[in-house]
Structure formats: C-alpha cells, structure tokens
Design a protein around this ligand. Sequence first.
Ligand code: HEC
Ligand code: HEC
Ligand code: HEC
Ligand code: HEC
Ligand code: HEC
Ligand code: HEC
Ligand code: HEC
Ligand code: HEC
Length: 428
Amino acid sequence: MKVLVIILSVILSFCLPVKAGNYSLSAHGNASYGVKRDDTNLSGYAQGNCAHCHEQHASINGTEPNPSSAKASKFCLFADNFSGTQAGSYSQSDDFCFYCHTSLESLQVNGITNKDYSATFGGATASVTGIMDTFNQTSYHNLYDVLNSAKSYWPSTFTADSNPCAACHNPHLAKRNKAYPGDPSYTAISKPSAHDQLWGDDPGERLSDFTTYYQAPYYYGSTSTYEPNNQGKPVNGWGSNMPDYDSFCTDCHNSTNTIYSTTLSRNLYKIDWITAGGESGGDKHGKNAATTGLNIKEPFASSDLGITTGFVLSCLDCHEPHGSPNVMLIRREVNGGNLSGNITVFSTIYWSYLCGRCHKDDYKYIHHYDSEAPYPGPPKGCKSCHGSSMKGPINCNYCHFHGGDDSCLNDSSASPYCPTYYTGRRCF
Ligand code: HEC
Ligand code: HEC
Ligand code: HEC
Ligand code: HEC
Ligand code: HEC
Ligand code: HEC
Ligand code: HEC
Ligand code: HEC
C-alpha cells in the first residue's frame, strides 16, 4: 500500500505541485470515512487516498476507472471540474463533486448522505439526501454565476478551471461538520477570500464574534433546545457553536459587490448587514436595530440576552446554502417548525409563511392596529393599497426585501401607489 501511495505521489507530481497540508485531518482524507471510489481498478488505494479524486491522464496504471472520459481533466481530476452550464437542473457530468455527492449512483463506496441545512443543523425531517439533489430544487445557487463572481473578486484564487463549489469549500481541508453540528472546529467551509484555510474553526471566526446579539432559533419540534445541535445555550454564549455565517456570506453579498444572477436575469439587491442608523441604515435583521416594538415570537420575545430590539440574525436562520423547495433559497423549516407551504413565486402574499415562523402572524393587527402600526386606523382609501377587489392581502415583497422600505407607496409607477401613507420605514 505504501508503495502505491508513493507511486501515486510521483505520478501526481508530474502534473501537480503536491502539497498534503492538513489533508489527513479533512473529511476526504479520513482513513475510515474518506474518499473511496467503488471501482476495482482502485482497490489498491486506501480510503482517503488522493487517487480517488486525481488520476494522471484520466487513468490509473493504464486503465480507466469509472467514470471514463476520453480526455484528461485539469488538475488530473477524474472528470472535468465544471461543464460551464449556465443553469440547472444539474446532472453528474456538470460538476466533478456530483459524481460522489448525490443520492443517485454515487461513485463513493456505499454512497454519502448529505441532507439540507434545515435537516442537518435545524433538525427537520429529511427531504433531499444528496448535494446534487439540494441544487435541483425550485431555487439554487447558480454554479455558473457563483464561479463567475469568485473569479471576478478573487482572480488570483479562482480561474476558469476552478470548481464552483470551491468558492465556498476547500476539498483538501473541509471537515465533517454534519457529524459534529455544534462544533465549528469541524467546519466544512472556507471563505472565498481565504480559500487556503477553513472558516469557523479558529477563535474569532464564530457567529458570536460577529455579534453578541445573536439568539439561536429553536430546533425542530422543540421549545427548549436550539440550532445547530439540539442543545441548550452554549457555554460560551449564543452563536459560539457555529461558524460566522454572516461574514462568510457577505464575503460576496455585501453593500458594494454587484452580483448578476442568470437565473433571475437581473443584478441582486445589495445587502447591508452592518450599518446602524434606523430607517436610513442597513437591514434590521442585521446589525441595524428594529425601530419600533416588535411583534415577535419565542425564543426572541423573552431571550436571555435581555434586549427587546437589536437582535442580529444569521443568514442561515432563513436561507439554505445550496438550494431549496422555496424561491430565494428560503429554508423549508425555520425556528423550530416547517413553513406552512412552499413559497414558489417571488411576488406573493405567501412570504407570510416565512415571517410567521418568528413574527406574530396577524398582519392586519401589525400594519393597522398595533400602537406603532405603519398605517394605523386602518387609513381611508383602502382600495389604493388593497386594490379594487378590496381588503385582499398585498404582496409582501413590495415593501419587504433586503434593503427595502415602503417607497413603492411614493412611486406612481409602482404598486401599491398611495403617497399619503408613505412612512419611509426600513422594512427588512
Ligand atoms: C455559497 C457557498 C456554497 C457553495 C457554492 C456550495 N456550498 Fe456546500 N455548504 C455551504 C454551507 C454554508 C454549508 C453548511 C454549513 C456546514 O456544513 O458547515 C455547506 C455544506 C456542504 C456539505 C455538507 C452537507 C451536510 O451533510 O451537512 C457538503 C457535502 C457540501 N456543502 C458540498 C458542496 C458541493 C458539492 C458544492 C457544489 C456543487 C457546494 N457544496 C457548493 C456553502 C456552499
Ligand atoms: C475530494 C476530491 C479530492 C481529493 C481527495 C484530493 N483532491 Fe486535490 N483537488 C481537487 C479539486 C476539485 C481540485 C481543483 C481545485 C479547484 O477547483 O479550485 C484539486 C486541486 C489540487 C491541486 C492543485 C492546486 C490546488 O490546490 O488547487 C493539487 C496540488 C492537489 N489537488 C493535490 C492533491 C493531493 C496531493 C491530494 C491527496 C493528498 C488531493 N489533492 C486530494 C479534489 C481533490
Ligand atoms: C470520490 C468521492 C468524492 C468526491 C469526488 C467528492 N467528495 Fe466530498 N466527501 C466524500 C466523502 C466520502 C465524504 C465524507 C463522508 C461523509 O460525509 O459521510 C465527503 C465529505 C465532504 C464534505 C464534508 C461535509 C460534512 O460536513 O460532512 C464536504 C464539504 C465535501 N465533501 C465537499 C466536496 C466538494 C466541494 C467536492 C468537489 C470539489 C467533493 N466533496 C468531491 C466523497 C467525495
Ligand atoms: C429574516 C430572514 C432572512 C435573513 C436572516 C436573511 N435573508 Fe436573505 N432573503 C430573505 C427573503 C425573504 C428574501 C426574498 C426577498 C429579497 O429578494 O430580498 C431574501 C433574498 C436574498 C437574496 C436575493 C436578493 C435579491 O436580489 O432578490 C440574497 C442574495 C440573500 N437573501 C442573501 C442573504 C444574506 C447574505 C444574508 C445574511 C447576511 C441573508 N440573506 C439573511 C430572508 C432573509
Ligand atoms: C462566491 C460568492 C458567493 C457566496 C460566498 C455566497 N453567494 Fe449567494 N449568490 C452568489 C451569486 C453569484 C448569486 C447569483 C446567482 C443565483 O441567483 O443563484 C447568488 C445568489 C444568492 C441568492 C438568490 C438565489 C436565487 O437565484 O434564488 C441567495 C438567497 C443567496 N445567494 C444567499 C447566499 C447565502 C445565504 C450565502 C452564505 C451561505 C451566500 N449566498 C454566499 C454568490 C455567492
Ligand atoms: C428567524 C426569525 C425571523 C424571520 C423568519 C423573520 N424575522 Fe423579521 N425580525 C426578526 C427579529 C429577531 C427582528 C428584530 C431585529 C432587531 O431587534 O433589530 C426582526 C425585525 C423585523 C422588522 C423590523 C421591525 C421594526 O420595528 O423596525 C421587520 C419590518 C421585519 N422583521 C419583517 C419581517 C418580514 C416581512 C419577514 C418575512 C419575510 C420576517 N421579518 C422574517 C426575526 C425574524
Ligand atoms: C397605506 C396602504 C394601506 C391602506 C390605505 C390600507 N391598508 Fe390594509 N393593509 C396594508 C398592508 C401593507 C397590510 C399587510 C399586508 C396584507 O396582509 O395585505 C394590510 C392588511 C390588511 C388586512 C389583513 C389582510 C389579510 O387578508 O391578511 C385587512 C383586513 C386590511 N388591511 C384592511 C384594510 C381596510 C379595511 C382599509 C381601509 C379602511 C385598509 N386596509 C387600508 C396596507 C394598507
Ligand atoms: C406597503 C408596504 C407593505 C406591505 C405591502 C407589507 N408590509 Fe409588512 N410592514 C410594512 C411596514 C412599513 C412595517 C413596519 C416597519 C417598522 O416597524 O419599522 C411592516 C412590518 C411588518 C412586520 C414586522 C412586525 C413586527 O413588528 O414584529 C411583519 C412581520 C410584516 N410587516 C409582514 C408582512 C407580510 C407577511 C406582508 C404580506 C402579506 C406585508 N408585511 C406586506 C409595510 C408593508
């Protein structure tokens, strides 16, 4: 076996500058659960060996293990990193990683089970059980766009040959967080701006370092245990047992980067998760604090943080990282329970399924009768806001979205147009 490893290193060194680094501590390099392709041509290579991903000239000792391809792939990988396809749904040949990370025909011996974030860290009943499967849902992180953004912001790290998944994961370092959901020293992610190291494993890289005002949401089906590991408050405080996902996602989604989405055919809204300042500041779910009394549910309402406003949320309280059965990567399970249905279109009244997981869900009360309601009364001229059919719910995304306020009321080309009642309040 040792001889084979040495031979492989020599073979690889012809086309790769080999550096093992912390590979042996990674999930892929693990001797008992690491990479192992189910192919007799590879039976001489131990579990965790590089050869289960890298082959010289697409072959091992002159034979071609599954999957066979006529040409050699970049980095001596057994298949091309990425097909370049501009949109899903994806098949295995679209991304090298999908050959193993799928519930269908995985090349890994005995397959791999990867659930979505709602299940692994939220406790929800599993729906999908493979990474390719998580991407092939109603919404997904478009791999073509993700690679493009990584290339444009970090050109010395990512090139046309890179794998889009590598924007968020380093395959030589990623650990098996799913087996230790409350221990970020086992993190699976790397920031695109720091690809050569893990993100979340070191002190200073936890959500509790981004903010001391994080309140973890409930774990699925519980009102006494919390994400990400179905336990009580962590000894080092809320958010100390997970990577700092806010800094991670805002490496790309911040207030300066312009990010194009092929799927949505537009640039994304910029996200300001940092700036305080009330109605003129950034998002209130971020560091900007809510400006009026909240109609909020537990565990926020009587959080032991002892605050009534000023909570800072994690992007992954509401979003999946890969894909979801809802639009916009919205989780199917939030704050201890499933959404009451899927949100399948963007412009809709059904965003209430999401909001209602944390906010009290009487929207007539919230907007018209609460002592700090934005449109108290309710105000006359119902039709100007509610439309000619009267009193029907209004699409929530007219006002509620990242960076949004109710300025649609002030815009005669937008809907609903009702300038008298414009408040200018930051609505997200
Ligand atoms: C935008 C960033 C991003 C991209 C792109 C991305 N991931 Fe992830 N991935 C994450 C995050 C965040 C998690 C969940 C947090 C964790 O496991 O620590 C995750 C988790 C995982 C997991 C562990 C799942 C489990 O069982 O808990 C695997 C495996 C994985 N990703 C593989 C992939 C593959 C393969 C691709 C490309 C097809 C990919 N990822 C693309 C951010 C990303
Ligand atoms: C899970 C599959 C996998 C395993 C196992 C693996 N690699 Fe890689 N390796 C990749 C991918 C994918 C790339 C391309 C990186 C990218 O897309 O940015 C790569 C790239 C490389 C590179 C090019 C430089 C770089 O880091 O991008 C070297 C060198 C390398 N691998 C060496 C090794 C060695 C040595 C081992 C074993 C100790 C190993 N790899 C194990 C998937 C793997
Ligand atoms: C040869 C099969 C194989 C390939 C190809 C492969 N992986 Fe893996 N991956 C594994 C195995 C095996 C594990 C660990 C076993 C498990 O998680 O149950 C793993 C674990 C992971 C984890 C740790 C997840 C967690 O929290 O448990 C991440 C992240 C990951 N892989 C990402 C990738 C990415 C990104 C690629 C492509 C660049 C890739 N893998 C390609 C087999 C593979
Ligand atoms: C309270 C729940 C919640 C949290 C927390 C949250 N989001 Fe969102 N996100 C949404 C909703 C709802 C939408 C759909 C409305 C919209 O497009 O802004 C959305 C949409 C998005 C979009 C698409 C924007 C577009 O152009 O339509 C991106 C990108 C995004 N979120 C990233 C993030 C990041 C990054 C974070 C953390 C810094 C985050 N989200 C935190 C609920 C949330
Ligand atoms: C490497 C850069 C990068 C990182 C890191 C990143 N994203 Fe994205 N994200 C993109 C790009 C590019 C798009 C546009 C393509 C698309 O719509 O899928 C996007 C789109 C989105 C969308 C809209 C998806 C849709 O089309 O419905 C959401 C929501 C989102 N990201 C959330 C997140 C969250 C949450 C994180 C952190 C876990 C994150 N992103 C990390 C690059 C990134
Ligand atoms: C995971 C829980 C969660 C979800 C889901 C959620 N919110 Fe919130 N929301 C909060 C928390 C906590 C605050 C308080 C933030 C603060 O204290 O600064 C807040 C604050 C707000 C505020 C600021 C109110 C004020 O008085 O300034 C608005 C508006 C709001 N949310 C709207 C929404 C809408 C609309 C949705 C659905 C699209 C939604 N939220 C989904 C937890 C959530
Ligand atoms: C300035 C705009 C505006 C005006 C004017 C207005 N509303 Fe509303 N109303 C809203 C918003 C925003 C909501 C919350 C979203 C929703 O549920 O439609 C709402 C919610 C409601 C709801 C709950 C709707 C539902 O099905 O969940 C009722 C009922 C309602 N309004 C009645 C009225 C009546 C009656 C009038 C006139 C006396 C009126 N509203 C005037 C903005 C307005
Ligand atoms: C015309 C603009 C508009 C529309 C449409 C609208 N809202 Fe609101 N909503 C607001 C404003 C303004 C606030 C108050 C923000 C503040 O307090 O600073 C608000 C507050 C909220 C809050 C925060 C409640 C709290 O105090 O904890 C929730 C939740 C909410 N809306 C849900 C919805 C839902 C669900 C819909 C769609 C069914 C909707 N809204 C439609 C303007 C709107």
